[in-house]
Design a protein around this ligand. Structure first.
Ligand code: SF4
Length: 64
């Protein structure tokens, strides 16, 4: 199960910094909206979940 995006936790007012930490470029962002995840690419490494300070990216096992 890949990462879950909780868009209600994202202020959606900034370029998402988590895009840079994803090792497989699975995250994308349209404008300043909450990011989206390409479930075919995501390896559920949890890096983005640990990186996002508002908890908008949630790993399936509840990390971060
Ligand atoms: S869990 Fe890892 S692979 Fe999946 S979107 Fe986040 S950083 Fe990328």
């Amino acid at each position: 199960m890949p990462i879950t995006i909780r868009s209600e936790r994202c202020p959606q007012n900034h370029p998402c910094p988590a895009l840079r930490v994803c090792p497989v470029s699975a995250l994308a962002q349209s404008g300043l909206r909450a990011p989206t995840v390409d479930e075919r690419k995501c390896i559920d490494c949890g890096k983005c979940a640990r990186y996002c300070p508002t908890g908008a990216l949630q790993s399936s096992d509840g990390r971060a």
